[in-house]
Design a protein around this ligand. Structure first.
Ligand SMILES: [Fe+2]
Length: 274
């Protein structure tokens, strides 16, 4: 759950004409969700063949020093290109995502899997029953390439790399996974994440496909919760990644996306037991 929003920023955001369509979509949530649930019920698992091996490149190790110093890092060319290309070409259909329901985090969210949630969250409360995860995110059988990706992210070998990247000795566990789809008007009001009782914590936001440029959906690292003090804001959203420590004192958020832009993102979180 997000905390430390600025009420002044939220009031200003709420008046923005960019959000008109999203407000309409938000209000139609029960109808959109019913349609998507029926579409999911009728959908047949696609027949994917020749899924390339998933691998994250040495861009992770290349960003480690920056992460140790600043508690965030931006990585480029993150996935091996054949797997990245496969992900882009076979991105899940919108019916597998929960429709927008929260103007503070206005986008489609899907494939939720979480082990340890520090606070009750709005998404979990409104999500359709058939979208709940077990060992894997729901509907993984319809998306075997996401199974390959999920297994890679929670593999002991990759977790060892994340521990080295964190620069801290604590053992990390794979704790959270989700995919999102964003479009004009999508935004995330600047906030901090509900704190985990953990000495080490790394959150990865993988940009799979995005228009890029200004106001294109990049998660900014911020010195304040009103977007006045921007420390870093990504503009290249194609096979890149923002890694950050949610326990660090900065905020993060996404400006309302401009017309004509899209962003497909995947996030993964690692946290220590204590
Ligand atoms: Fe957050």
């Amino acid at each position: 759950m997000a905390t430390d929003y600025s009420q002044r920023y939220l009031a200003r955001l709420n008046r923005s004409p960019r959000l008109l369509l999203l407000k309409l979509l938000n209000q139609s949530f029960p109808v959109v969700e019913t349609i998507r649930r029926i579409e999911r019920k009728l959908a047949k698992p696609p027949n994917y063949r020749d899924i390339p091996a998933c691998a994250i490149t040495s861009s992770l190790e290349a960003g480690a020093n920056h992460f140790h110093t600043h508690r965030w890092a931006f990585l480029e060319n993150v996935f091996e290109s054949s797997f990245h290309q496969f992900l882009v070409s076979n991105w899940p259909r919108r019916r597998y995502f929960t429709a927008p329901f929260d103007m503070c985090k206005a986008y489609d969210k899907g494939f939720r899997w979480v082990e340890r949630n520090p606070a009750p969250d709005h998404w979990g409360a409104v999500m359709a029953r058939d979208a709940f995860a077990e060992d894997y995110p729901a509907y993984i059988d319809h998306h075997p390439h996401l199974r390959v990706l999920f297994d890679y992210l929670r593999s002991p070998a990759f977790i060892e790399r994340v521990i080295a990247f964190s620069g801290r000795p604590a053992r990390l566990r794979f704790n959270r996974f989700q995919l999102t789809m964003s479009y004009p008007g999508s935004s995330v009001a600047p906030h901090r994440d509900s704190q985990q009782d953990a000495s080490s914590w790394v959150s990865f936001i993988f940009y799979i496909s995005g228009t890029g440029g200004e106001s294109s959906g990049g998660t900014a690292i911020l010195g304040d919760n009103e977007f006045e003090d921007v420390i870093f804001e990504p503009a290249n959203l194609c096979n890149t990644c923002l890694a950050f420590d949610p326990a660090a004192p900065f905020y993060h958020g996404v400006r309302p996306m401009a017309f004509g832009k899209h962003r497909w993102m995947m996030s993964a979180e690692y946290v220590s037991d204590k």
